[in-house]
Design a protein around this ligand. Sequence first.
Ligand code: ZN
Length: 164
Amino acid sequence: MSENLAKSLLDIKTKVSLCSICFNLTDKDPCLICSDQNRKVGSICVVEGPGDQLALEESGNYRGRYHILHGALSPLDGVGPERLKIKELLKRIDKEDISEVILATNPTTEGETTASFLYDLLSKQYEHLLITRIARGVPMGGDLKYMDRMTLEHALKNRVSINP
Ligand SMILES: [Zn+2]
């Protein structure tokens, strides 16, 4: 490997980091979405990974902010809440005056487990928070990052309230 190539690979590695607010991959902190003053504040869309955020953003329908958990709960694999960016999400709800949280974890067993865990946690802690879950249409076992734009747009637009 040439020295230049090695150096530029090193640059890429050092430039991409996590946004300190939403934990998306970014080369700028805060990331473009968190620092965009034209985005609707008060709404956070919670996703498992950066690829899911990208897919939802490309569906073009959502103008709020995101929160990237970096995984989903999987008790059998020893992935508990402390391994995800859940504490950080709670801090944001307090700090950013959030009125709606959209649970957009994947429609898999882990994703559903994570969504219901977050629902229990958030509904206990924040009485007036609207908590929604993206609609089905997103097939069970699917993965947001491989879904087409129409399906995602529909799922987000037809999200349902899971408050009792
Ligand atoms: Zn961000």
